[in-house]
Design a binder for this molecule. Sequence first.
Ligand code: DGL
Length: 272
Amino acid sequence: MDAPIGIFDSGVGGLTVAREVFKLLPSEDVVYFGDVGRYPYGGRSKEIITNFTAQDIAFLVEHNVKFIICACNTASAVALDEVARNYKIKMIGVIKPGAQAAAEQTSNGRVGVIGTHATISSNTYARMIHDINPDIKVFSLACPLFVPLAEEGYIDREATYLIAKDYLQTMHDVGIDTLILGCTHYPLLAKVIAEVMGNKVTLIDSGEETARAAYMILAEDGLLNPRMSQKPARQGEHRFFVSDVPEKFSPLATRFLGEPVDKITRVDISGY
Ligand code: DGL
């Protein structure tokens, strides 16, 4: 099916998920919406996150997408199920694939989850892990400062190491062997987090797992773009929409995606 895949996030962070989707599904057309005008979602109430998520999805549906990926951990944890109920179109969030991968990975049955305040207080990661294996002990921790650090490019700085050490000490103490990066921005800080946690702890990138899950669902449902099986494969078209001036999105997007982004259009999301 040659309709595009829709991906949305509270802003630029979802590009860490889009990056994985572009790698695995290079021939798919993608419409990305980043709600940069109302970012961040992570400290907001369930009610507001649900309203924003409903508008983000309505926008993508108007673009006739065949499948929707909610790249935002916060929206996936708090709002996606409720909004998805109103649509026939299939949607996935990042929580279940991340939870699944962590449950498979852990050998000592002790898994850590880090994310925004809203993601952690929703307890959605822990619930999903317990649905898979109720014996796994889940330790959850909000690390809100990681988001601005990643956006400001504080990737390999002393300050970032100090904050990571301070945040993650408790994770260390409880002896986890697997840590879910439950926020779009955290893969950018993976090197710092890995160094602080030590080599006995495996990091799970929810975005990477979600791209894999999306591939499998599209393949099973016969929704893959026919171009995927053509040789040589033709590159899909990637269009980007944002809810504030594109000039703010563009430089960050290059860092999060690992390549320059063009075709950025501003939309008035409040109308959806
Ligand atoms: N995209 C959000 C998430 O993955 C992080 C940024 C925000 O708080 O909006 O939870």
